[in-house]
Design a protein around this ligand. Structure first.
Ligand code: GLU
Length: 484
């Protein structure tokens, strides 16, 4: 049975790249009627960020995804949190020592630091452990252990070997073993390093396929050695292209740019749009189709169509376009419901009072949604329907060439005479056009002045839609206040 996994480390926010890893592994498992495992790799205690596991699980579920085995749901290989499995890793580390594939190292952090500094001073770019402790006699090792000397356990990398592997995406990759450091497997705090933890758990949890970011490619030869030494079969593994900003030619750094999934959701990207965008970061069906639901993605996903390039562009414009598309596709009432749920979930303040269940809100959504690229755009696009706009008088004068008082006065007069029943978009459109024609005004000066006076904005949906929705009383009140 196919079994894939996503093995995040709770060292910060959940990034777009991690969501891609999750989606691809999820789709691969589902497509092959397999299982998808979520495992928390929290062995780096120094980089551990409190609360990040909970936030990550919450975001994954918010996006409508789930896992067959893992935290909260359990499964046959529980626990799925590495810090709860420490004894296990230690046993395998000791087994490797016993079999002469690993060794105790008693070097202090200070000695190691000096060793690295010396190597750098000699021009060595990739410093390596100098194997001092490999020559300790077994008596010395026993003595040190008996004296409770702190130790790590290191992998004894075989010399003069080419380690070869066939990546699912990149094809054949060769690594000279002499380039590899004698990697620490077990740290002095008793925690495994990523390399030991990941190999032990992928094996014990029956993982058959691994898709992960290219930043892990350099770790793969160490894992290959561990699988061989432990007598286990390595899962089929593929490395996904790194992400870059559009126009850049190097990998996107986590420190720059805003690529946390939570941030995008909080800014008002719909999960379905965000997921659709992420699916295409390194995978393409080979057709024109670019709108994908998760179900369609599972149906069409194949590893063969993952790009084997180094980098794929993270095109924020395309994401915004896709999000706008998904927003426009929602029915007005549904979009109101989504706005409400979004504001509640992320504690978004609109800055004005709006009842998103009201007919008025549905009406406003109807006319502004074509302009929304994020849910957050609602605030800017709709505010003047719910709160009095600030009308900048200097800017107002610009649209009318200084003639705003007369124009507004004339509109005021015209609209005062319209009965409440006749206050409908078509009628307003008709009488207003007649009126400007008779008075020799251009549509631009007349309607821009009117638009700015009632909304405080220079760009709005069609002006008569706006007037219709605002209602007669509000329109008259705003025209009057803009005149004074
Ligand atoms: N814990 C690693 C991470 O944070 C997992 C890498 C892998 O998939 O092997 O992404």
């Amino acid at each position: 049975m196919v079994k894939t996994r996503m093995a995040p480390s709770p060292t910060g926010e959940f990034h777009i790249g991690s969501m891609r890893t999750l989606l691809y592994n999820y789709a691969f498992a589902k497509k092959n009627n397999g299982k998808f495992v979520l495992r928390i790799e929290d062995t780096d205690r120094e980089r551990y960020v409190e609360g990040s596991v909970e936030r990550m699980l919450d975001v994954i579920r918010y996006c409508g995804l789930d896992w067959d085995e893992g935290p909260e749901v359990g499964g046959p290989n529980a626990p799925y949190v590495q810090s709860q499995r420490l004894a296990l890793y230690k046993n395998y580390a000791l087994q490797l020592v016993e079999q002469d594939h690993a060794y105790y190292c008693f070097c202090t952090p200070e000695r190691l630091e000096k060793m690295r500094a010396d190597q750098r001073a000699q021009g060595v770019a990739a410093t390596k452990y100098d194997r001092t402790c490999l020559s300790l006699s077994s008596e010395q090792v026993q003595q040190n252990l008996a004296g409770s000397m702190p130790y790590t356990i290191r992998l004894k990398v075989p010399k003069d070997e080419v380690i070869t592997f066939t990546d699912l995406i990149l094809g054949r990759v060769d690594y000279p073993s002499n380039d590899l450091d004698d990697q620490i497997l077990l740290k002095s705090d008793g925690f495994p390093t990523y390399h030991l933890g990941v190999v032990v758990d992928d094996h014990l949890m029956g993982i058959t396929h691994i898709l992960r970011g290219s930043e892990w490619l350099a770790s793969t030869p160490k894992h290959i050695l561990l699988y061989r030494m432990l007598g286990w079969e390595m899962p089929a593994t593929g490395h996904l292209p790194n992400l870059k900003e559009v126009g850049a030619n190097k990998k996107m750094s986590k420190r720059f740019g805003d690529v946390s999934v939570t941030e995008f959701l909080r800014d008002g990207y719909l999960p379905e749009a965000l997921l659709n965008f992420i699916m295409l970061l390194g995978w393409n069906p080979g057709t024109e189709k670019e709108l994908y639901s998760v179900a369609e993605f599972i149906r069409d996903f194949t590893v063969a169509k993952i790009h084997s390039t180094d980098l794929v562009a993270f095109d924020r414009e395309r994401l915004a376009w896709l999000n706008g598309y998904y927003i426009r596709s929602l029915a007005d009432r549904e979009l109101c419901t989504r706005l409400l749920a979004w504001a509640q979930k992320w504690q978004v303040q609109f800055g004005f009072d709006v009842d998103l269940r009201s007919e008025k809100a549905v009406g406003v959504i109807f006319i502004v949604k074509d302009r929304m690229r994020t849910l957050g755009d609602f605030m800017l696009l709709a505010s003047y329907f719910f709160t009095e706009p600030q009308v900048d008088k200097l800017e107002l004068a610009k649209y009318s060439g200084g003639n705003q008082a007369a124009i507004l006065q004339a509109f005021y007069q015209l609209y005062t005479e319209v009965g409440q029943d006749a206050w409908v978009v078509n009628h307003l459109d008709e009488i207003s056009h007649d009126f400007i024609q008779k008075n020799g005004l251009t549509p631009k000066e007349a309607f821009m002045t009117l638009r700015f006076a009632v909304s405080g904005q220079s760009a709005t949906p069609p002006i008569f839609d706006v007037l219709g929705l605002l209602g007669k009383d509000t329109v008259l009140r705003r025209i009057k206040s803009a005149m004074t």
